[in-house]
Design a protein around this ligand. Structure first.
Ligand code: SF4
Length: 423
């Protein structure tokens, strides 16, 4: 059953279900995405957000009014010496409010996808990187190299909007597509509209460190000439050499990876190897990188956190100073010692992690719980019940979110502001 408040067709509504932030699909306040063939991920996102649900706040599973829930949340945070604000699935204004409250409570902040983000951050902090924007991909890319990802599982319309588009500024022609180190990935999306199949170099993602090292080595003509090794991780040297030749022959190659899909120890070294290969190949032709984000407002939260505190998440304010520690301030570490957990997930109903202390859960009305939290406050879903601002995955553009329907659900930023006022 759907809520049917203020159904209105919105042709340029921004979809926040992935980092592409498409704004070209028709939506309405009853059905969400009205052309459900265009993107199933978007359709699922809006269908769940629009599905009716009991929107009452609760204390330990018992319904209460909003003021009672706000008071209870403020009491928990006032009594806490070391709270953890985790999840942080919100947009720019929500993160601004969370930061103000965190400073007041001396809370540690950690986004739910920061483990993946950190793989990129560590590589960038260590040696810098050369990345591009979605507009540049759309207008210039003549080769897409997808490393360890099929791209479309997380960003479904990537090829439709950026690769097979007919409206590039520079008449770039149809790009070639190469997949490297994909296993079960569906590579159908890489078949061009004229039927040209992508090149697929199948290998296990965990072999990427060896594959990337080999690609680096093959850039050295002396190594390439004297090398006697026949293959690496099941990929022949001839295939890897051909891959390098294709990149070097391209005018504007874009190397795409997804840090969340590189889920193995020290994967930041793989990211660094990718970005250093990009830098090396840039000496001969134009090659650039594009990292897919993980979602739940991760790009926006990290941007907001960085410009307001100087650091991405996994930070804390102590006597007004922000401090940053990628290991000690991880949720996994903090859950061992914190004395209260504020869990935030407004885009999707992600449940809080298992934790014995008091949990204040603020987020999607459909959030499931293993055990009822001390406080639960359902809030509006950005781009459905409310507006907001989100950064696109390339972090170059922030787009305004608009509401699809009238809703009685409170805004996350307002809820946090009210809790802050009560402390
Ligand atoms: S590709 Fe992403 S942003 Fe675009 S409609 Fe699908 S889920 Fe939404």
């Amino acid at each position: 059953m759907k809520s049917a408040n203020s159904p209105s067709l919105s042709p340029n509504h921004v979809c926040p279900a992935c980092g592409l932030l498409c704004d070209d699909l028709p939506m309405d306040g009853v059905n969400g995405l009205t052309d459900t063939r265009r993107c199933q991920k978007s359709q699922r996102f809006f269908a769940l957000a629009l599905a009716s649900q009991d929107n009452s706040p609760s204390l330990a599973g018992k319904k209460c009014d909003l003021n009672t829930a706000l008071q209870a949340a403020a009491t928990i945070l006032r009594d806490s010496q070391q709270p953890l604000f985790a999840g942080l699935g919100t947009e720019v204004q929500g993160m601004r409010a969370a930061l103000r409250l965190a400073e007041k409570c001396h809370a540690t902040l950690d986004h739910m996808h920061s483990e993946a983000t950190l793989r990129n951050t560590l590589a960038m902090q260590n040696s810098g990187w050369q990345t591009t924007t979605l507009s540049e991909v759309k207008n210039r890319a003549d080769l897409i190299l997808a490393i360890g990802t099929d791209i479309v599982s997380s960003h479904p319309r990537f090829f439709e909007k950026l690769v097979w588009n007919k409206d590039s500024l520079f008449n770039k022609g149809t790009p070639s597509v190469i997949y490297l180190a994909v296993d079960e990935a569906d590579t159908q999306a890489g078949i061009s509209p004229d039927g040209t199949k992508p090149t697929v170099l199948r290998a296990d993602k965990t072999a990427l460190p060896a594959i990337m090292n080999t690609l680096h080595a093959l850039c050295n003509p002396a190594y390439a000439k004297s090398n006697k090794t026949a293959s690496v991780a099941g990929l022949s040297m001839a295939a890897l050499s051909a891959l390098l030749e294709k990149i070097q022959a391209a005018q504007y190659a874009v190397v795409v990876w997804s840090a969340s899909e590189l889920a193995y120890p020290h994967a930041e070294l793989t990211v660094q190897s990718i970005t250093q290969l990009i830098a090396k190949l840039n000496m001969q032709t134009r090659v650039t990188g594009l990292s897919l984000n993980s979602g739940d407002g991760d790009s926006s939260v990290q941007q907001t956190n960085t410009w307001l505190s100087g650091y991405p998440s996994r930070n804390r304010f102590v006597r007004g100073q922000a401090i940053y520690d990628t290991k000690q301030f991880s949720s996994a570490e903090q859950l061992k010692s914190c004395d209260a957990l504020l869990w935030v997930s407004t885009f999707n109903p992600h449940p809080p992690p298992s934790y014995q202390g008091p949990i204040i859960a603020i987020g999607h009305a459909h959030m499931p719980f293993e055990h009822p939290p001390a406080v639960f406050i359902p809030v509006s879903v950005p781009a459905v019940d409310d507006g907001g601002t989100l950064f696109r995955m390339d972090s170059s553009i922030a787009l305004p979110l608009r509401k699809l329907r009238d809703s009685r659900l409170p805004r996350f930023a307002d809820v946090i502001g009210q809790i802050e006022a009560l402390i």
